[in-house]
Design a protein around this ligand. Structure first.
Ligand code: DQA
Length: 144
């Protein structure tokens, strides 16, 4: 199984960005956890980070035919990007939405995900472990 991980806008600043909310781990630390978990599960993985909505849509389109599944943290786009939701629906491969923070316990505007409707499932609130749990969920529910 090959999985593409897409990190959305501002996640490149993890480690410095609001550490009280997002913790002290950098994106490189999270990518290392993703790699180690994927290795343990016998999954091939690639991680990309994009700040632009169009870049995320292009990455989703490019996943078609090249990956068996996608794990995505759409970051703030989660709350308003119907274009990303439509791209997830269009590619017809399983997509798991993840978030570091527990959106249900945050500001009102973060409590709604417009992208989750197109996803196979969501894992929210476990910090970096949201990504490794998403890989485990895919390994348990899809053929390797
Ligand atoms: C986030 C939550 C979003 O509301 C926020 O805009 C982010 C990160 C998370 O992983 O907790 O950038 O997606």
């Amino acid at each position: 199984m090959r999985v593409l991980v897409i990190h959305g806008p501002n996640l490149n600043l993890l480690g410095n960005r609001e550490p009280d909310v997002y913790g002290s781990q950098t994106l490189a630390d999270i990518d290392e956890l993703i790699s180690t978990t994927a290795n343990d599960l016998g999954i091939g993985v690639r991680s990309e980070q994009h700040n632009g909505e169009g870049d995320i849509i292009d990455a989703l389109h490019a996943a078609r035919g090249n990956y068996d599944a996608v794990v995505i943290n759409p970051a703030a786009y989660t709350h308003y990007s119907h274009a990303i939701a439509d791209a997830i629906a269009a590619i017809a491969i399983p997509v798991v939405e993840v978030h570091l923070s527990n959106l249900a316990s945050r500001e009102d505007f973060r409590r709604r995900s417009v992208t989750a409707r197109a996803c196979r499932g969501t894992i929210v609130g476990f910090g970096a472990a949201s990504y490794s749990l998403a890989l485990r969920a895919l390994a348990e529910t899809l053929e390797k």
